[in-house]
Design a binder for this molecule. Structure first.
Ligand code: NAD
Ligand code: 89V
Length: 344
């Protein structure tokens, strides 16, 4: 009997969201986190104790020097990403980087190039497309159930208090497009293909935060789909749907609607209408309403491990994510210039 080798990973950034990464790594058979790093000694010690990880480091350079790692998972906030990816590249360690990938396109491009030069894979932890309902929508489209899509909507509207868990979201100059719109744009790319034109408007409704909390975008995709993307953290609904993304697609043969509570309706003009539920699993470590996101963390990390083991490129590689980031910046440019159409 051959014993399969587990990939040995290090994780940098023991904050709010990394706890989900760590639970997911523990659930996977192919990989384990053997070392943790955080500049904050309290968070580092608490997380190490919670997950039973013995090796801890207060600096990433020390971790790379001391550990033989198969990969590193960077779960810090955006401003630290470039320096940490560069360190990983100089140590020759394959790298996962949380979203937003970088604070500018120049930084993101440099991070892709440094990893290419070092010959290491780089994946952005862009997990929303890995949500069970989003994967199901893509499957229905791939099966041709509604024919050729020509119009779509990707919508995320909520009044959930994201600021208590992630206080930086209230104080950053830019908020919803950079934090959440980035996921919505990636889903639009995943479902409808690359966008060629984008226009957007944004506003801030909540007076207690610094950045914009509402954004509405119109996109043209290369395959001739038109999409409307809308996101809001200022929308109080009778039923709070956080963190559900709702989707509408009109196609040549029918329509698809992903609605509240993961109900998926597929209507065929000359056939039946089916309603199914594609609720994500509730893992033992997960909690509602985050379970949809938590399941997607498990799915993307499983994808990374399998890519690393078979040498295939991850779907949301650094190079791929440059396109999502370009759309975020194009949307800000459009919103800053009276909703002008920005061509990519
Ligand atoms: P956080 O501030 O709670 O945690 C970040 C941690 O990184 C802190 O403990 C900090 O001390 C540590 N850190 C910062 N720089 C470091 C460095 N150079 N070396 C070592 N440690 C360092 O942040 P968070 O809320 O966990 O967010 C982290 C990232 O995850 C953000 O980019 C955020 O956008 C993303 N996020 C993604 C999702 C999702 O569903 N995809 C959800 C929430 C957050
Ligand atoms: O996914 C994210 O990046 C989170 C949240 C879902 C709260 O917007 O910040």
């Amino acid at each position: 009997m051959t014993v399969k080798k587990k990939l040995r990973g290090g994780l940098i950034g023991c904050g709010f969201f990394s706890q989900n990464h760590l639970h997911a790594w523990q659930q996977l058979d192919d990989a384990e986190i053997v070392a943790l790093c955080d500049t904050d000694p309290k968070r580092l010690a608490e997380t190490a104790a919670r997950f039973g990880i013995r090796k801890t480091y207060q600096g990433a350079a020390a971790m790379f020097a001391a550990e033989a790692l198969d990969f590193v998972d960077i779960a810090t906030t955006v401003n630290s990403h470039r320096a940490l990816v560069e360190l990983a590249a100089s140590a020759g360690v394959p790298c996962i980087c949380q979203k937003p990938f970088a604070p500018s396109l120049d930084d993101a491009q440099a991070m892709v190039e440094v990893c290419e030069r070092a010959g290491i894979p780089l994946m952005v932890h862009e997990n929303f497309r890995w949500q069970t309902p989003i994967q199901r929508v893509r499957q229905v489209l791939d099966e041709g159930a509604i024919g050729q899509p020509f119009w779509g909507r990707v919508s995320f509207r909520s009044a959930f208090d994201v600021f208590s868990g992630q206080p930086y979201l209230a104080t950053d100059e830019r908020f919803i497009l950079q934090d959440l719109g980035i996921h919505i744009l990636d889903i639009a790319r995943f479902l409808f293909g690359e966008a060629t034109v984008v226009s957007a408007n944004t506003r801030r409704v909540n007076p207690r935060i610094r950045g914009e909390d509402v954004a509405t975008l119109l996109l043209t995709h290369a395959g001739d789909v038109t999409s409307v993307l809308d996101c809001s953290y200022a929308t109080s609904l009778p039923q709070e749907l956080f963190p559900q993304t709702l989707i509408e697609v009109d196609g040549s043969l029918g329509t698809l609607r992903l609605q509240a509570d993961y109900h998926l309706t597929v209507h065929r003009r000359e056939g039946e209408t089916t309603v199914t539920r594609c609720e994500p699993p509730l893992h033992a470590w997960a909690e509602r309403p985050w379970h949809n996101i938590q399941d997607s963390v498990l799915n993307i990390q499983a994808h990374w491990a399998s890519c690393l083991l078979d040498g295939s490129p991850p779907q949301t590689s650094g190079a791929d994510n440059l396109r999502t980031l370009q759309l975020v910046y194009a949307a800000y440019e459009s919103a800053d210039h009276g909703q002008k159409a920005v061509r990519l």
